[in-house]
Ligand binder design. Sequence first.
Ligand code: FEO
Length: 394
Amino acid sequence: MAFKINDTVSWVGKIDWELKKFHGEEYSTHKGSSYNSYLIRDEKTVLIDTVWLPFAEEFVQNLRKEIDLNKIDYIIANHGEVDHSGALTELMKYIPDTPIYCTANGVKSIKGQYHKDWNFQVVKTGDRLNIGSKELAFIEAQMLHWPDTMFTYLTGDNILFSNDGFGQHLATELMYNDLVDQAELFNECQKYYANILTPFSKMVDRKIKEVVALNLPISMICPSHGVIWRDNPLQIVHKYLEWAADYQENQITIIYDTMWNGTRKMAENIARGIRLADDKVTVKLYNSARRDKTDIMAEVFKSKTIIVGSPTVNKGVLSSVAGALEEIKGLGFKNKKAAAFGTYGWSGESVKVITEWLKESKFEVLNDGLKLFWNPDDSGEEACVNFGKEIALK
Ligand code: FEO
């Protein structure tokens, strides 16, 4: 149902308490999510974004309780991805001629998905739309995180509708950033940044600096997922700048999979060696077959070094390790170090395969890796401890 933000703006989105996975099965949403849509009432009435397709009918029915749909003068589509444009088809059944303001790339993505020739109005950075006593100003935000993305700024109320930017997958009826658990909020924000925005960090940095240079007063940031930033809204902007600058903490993350526990024993002894050499560093171990990939990528994002291990299988690595390495490569992390390890019974290619993968992913590979024949014995465990020590000291 609708939630009044101020005299002009109401939230008319959908809180999705049940969402477990997003982007198909790619992104884990342990805390659910929301699809935030906003209704602006000035002399003109404006709808900013809609909700994910499965909630289209519910969204439109709820919207009809809030306003006569024929009174909506303009629709703003900040981003064409289906979690925000998914209710357009249902909505446009009632108001087929209502103009939809979006970027040129927005037209392509919305037409490409819904194959409808709606009344698109293309906008670009600097364009403004008068809605009575206030204006909407459009700011293209290409690759944050799609080519079509834009922000919309409401003058007078000084609200930035930032779509995915500054959002988080967090279902909460509390609505505002200052009302929720802060650790949970920033954890979800960082996981979102790590998994969605890392490849575009340079553009994030550039775009934020461009928006800051506009000197727009910002009293609130209303993203399309999660809470509204009303308390010190620029704090999340500053976090983004920090995260965009090849972020890392004093953490080493060991990612591995194991068939008969040999590679697990290696991982645990490498971790022991790291701690013996440096008791200040945080060491975390993740079995890539048993832990969530999105969470693992959030840990890679925080790490200064990752150590990746797999036994050799069919001259390569276990599939969960391959999946993690592929994801790491795609996210394009910068300024991180890495090493490889693994057990083998006969051919023993896994360490070389992992090392090559890490190099291709632009990690600084610290050594030739460590491979052990079958299960580690006492001397094998000692080799792992020394390997961990050596990495910690680098
Ligand atoms: Fe929340 Fe890129 O969609």
